[in-house]
Write a protein of this length. Structure first.
Length: 178
């Protein structure tokens, strides 16, 4: 089982560093992610098509909670604002079993997370559909690899990226008024 986990982690790492095209239109976007529950998601552009994403898992009417941190590489599909992305990171899930003020957390699950999907930005709204498999390294011996289903994210673009303008290499400089 250890070899399967290592092989899965290496496969995700090789896929991450395969391409180098940037495509997303935003610096910061935040919203909701719907999968097994309604979760909060925030994405921040870093550099060269890379974003960092944080997901706060807070199932309604449950004592469970979780945090996932991901690095994602975006690639333009047909036009700017329509991308596919792949990445990976880490996750942590906990269950709060006590109801007192000094609640203890047990059944802690942590491990590696992969992600792959597509997104479309229209105006200040970003829509994403993705798949996020998880490899639990600790805390869930019964189900170490979790094949979660597809999820839908809807985010509001808080800060847009500036578009790179096409330069004319000085051809028109001789016609400008001085």
């Amino acid at each position: 089982m250890k070899y399967v986990r290592l092989l899965t982690a290496l496969t995700f790492a090789l896929f991450l560093f395969n391409h180098t095209v940037s495509a997303q239109r935003y610096k910061t976007a935040a919203g909701i992610r719907i999968d097994n529950g309604v979760n909060l998601t925030v994405q921040q552009y870093i550099t060269n098509g890379w974003t960092a994403e944080g997901i706060l898992h807070t199932p309604i009417a449950s004592d469970n909670f979780g945090v996932t941190l991901l690095a994602e590489k975006h690639h333009k599909i047909l036009f700017r604002g329509f991308n596919f992305y792949a990445g990976g990171g880490m996750h942590y899930y906990g269950t709060n079993s006590a109801r007192s003020a000094d609640a203890l957390t047990e059944n802690n699950v942590w491990g590696l997370t992969g992600i792959g999907g597509a997104e479309l930005s229209v105006g200040r709204i970003n829509f994403a559909v993705d798949w996020k498999p998880e490899l639990h390294l600790s805390g869930n011996e019964v189900k170490p690899f979790d094949w979660t289903g597809a999820s839908l994210s809807v985010r509001y673009i808080i800060a847009k990226r500036e578009r790179n303008k096409v330069k004319d290499w000085g051809v028109w400089d001789k016609f400008k008024k001085k």
